[in-house]
Design a protein around this ligand. Structure first.
Ligand code: HEM
Length: 408
């Protein structure tokens, strides 16, 4: 079988899944060539991917966390941005940032998410027909921008810039967009240092201390704050939207799953969210670099080798999931790796789960279902799985129409 995971075409057609079925069966630790480069290892089995995620002493994130990144750009943020850091810096930064996402912040964040979801679904129901990605992209963006205290007129602009920074096929566009976001946060930080508000940037700047490991604590540096604000912004924006849109795509294709979800009541939401995360897997791959000679499933890996972990493949591994190519809202157990695993486990996992659950709850209360009205387009990316365009008609429920009339 011809394996080319650098070719964007199969990702744009959403038909790369069979490549991974083949890899899992025939070459679970596969050496992938790379034009002008040394090549990299491709891991496709759930067990091997979990093992590498768990062994961050051997497999470093500090030299980049994805294929196709510019080594100079990685070096500029390495050990200061969470996702491209190793212990002990990573541990300190994560502990500091966790204060902003931890359980004590959740009631506030949940109220914010419910307000945003209510606004978005009401706006969409009013329209009746829309490109669902236009709704889906606003959910995490409005939440994360409100969380960070970004002024409302800047929300749409910063959201679009984040997409360029993360997802543009052109490395120059990506790095220019990153620079613009950094400059934006430098200004925002200066403003919040002078006039603190009740928002994430102000809290990180004023109240968050990094443990230096020797009993002393210090505030985060401006660079650490700016780099990690960018990380949070892109981590939030370039993932959740695709799970939300992917869910609606499946419910349009399989209306019986929507009816099953409705029949399960509130208890059905949490397992449905997990299945949506498994099914969509917006983080297609992660990358690690071996820092010493080692072995994966009997294959020798040399120090300096790059190892790619294909979450999309782990999440369809037949050894872990019964009937892995079926979308089932009541799937249990569901040990997916959509949020990664180990020390880099997604910082926003709790928030993303809540956003998706709140969206499902509101859609169930408002709509009878969805019908696609045009072609569905997918991202041409081997890093971010997602739907670029999902034209849909929203089938409004009679109960919702009644609720609206009663409110008039
Ligand atoms: C469906 C939604 C999401 C998915 C599928 C997702 C996926 C992931 C994955 C796979 C990783 C690990 C990457 C690695 O190991 O190299 C990660 C890390 C991260 N995510 Fe998410 N994410 C989501 C939502 C969010 C949200 C809402 C935020 C912030 C508000 C966020 C912020 C981050 C950050 C800061 C990291 C780095 C954590 C670390 O390095 O310790 N993510 N995410």
């Amino acid at each position: 079988m011809r394996i080319d995971l650098l070719d964007p075409a199969p990702f744009a057609r959403n038909d790369f899944w069979s490549t991974f079925t083949w890899l899992r069966a025939h070459a679970p630790v596969h050496r992938h060539p790379e034009p002008g480069g040394d090549g990299f290892w491709v891991l496709s089995k759930h067990r091997d991917i979990m093992a590498v995620y768990a062994d961050s002493d051997t497999f470093s994130s500090a030299r980049g966390m994805r294929l196709g990144s510019d080594p100079a750009a990685v070096a500029a943020v390495s050990q200061r941005m969470l996702i491209v850091s190793d212990a002990p810096q990573h541990t300190r930064l994560k502990r500091a940032l966790h204060q902003a996402f931890g359980p004590q912040q959740m009631p506030r964040l949940e109220a914010l998410v419910e307000r945003v979801v209510g606004e978005l679904v009401a706006e969409a129901a009013e329209l009746g027909e829309l490109d669902f990605i236009d709704l889906a992209k606003q959910l995490p963006n409005r939440v994360v921008c409100a969380m960070m205290g970004i002024p409302r007129p800047d929300w749409a602009w910063i959201g679009a810039l984040t997409t360029d920074a993360f997802d543009s096929p052109d490395e120059t566009v990506r790095s220019n967009a990153h620079s613009e976001i950094f400059l934006y946060f430098i200004e925002l930080l200066a403003e919040r240092r002078a006039r603190p508000g009740d928002d994430l940037v102000s809290h990180i700047a004023h109240d968050t201390l990094v443990d230096e490991g020797d009993g002393t604590e210090r505030p985060l540096s401006d660079e650490e704050i700016v780099f990690n604000c960018n990380g949070v912004l892109s981590g939030a924006n370039e993932t959740t939207r695709y799970s939300a849109a992917g869910a609606v795509h499946m419910f349009a294709e399989l209306p019986q799953q929507w009816e099953l979800l409705r029949s399960l009541g509130p208890a059905g939401i949490a397992p449905a969210v997990e299945e949506i995360l498994r099914w969509t897997t917006p983080g297609v791959h992660a990358l690690r670099t071996a820092v010493r000679d080692t072995e994966i499933a009997g294959t020798r890996i040399a120090a300096g080798d790059r190892v790619t972990l294909w979450n999309v493949s782990a999440n369809r591994d037949e050894d872990v999931f019964t009937d892995p190519h079926a979308f089932r809202v009541d799937r249990r157990p569901n040990r997916h790796v959509a949020f990664g695993h180990g020390r880099h486990l997604c910082l926003g996992a709790r928030l993303a789960r809540f956003e998706l659950g709140a969206l499902l709850t509101e859609l169930l209360a408002t709509l009878d279902g969805f019908e696609t009205t045009g072609p569905v387009l997918f991202n041409s990316s081997n890093f971010t799985w997602g739907i670029k365009s999902l034209p849909v008609r929203l089938l409004r429920s009679r109960a919702f129409a009644h609720r609206e009339r009663a409110a008039l």
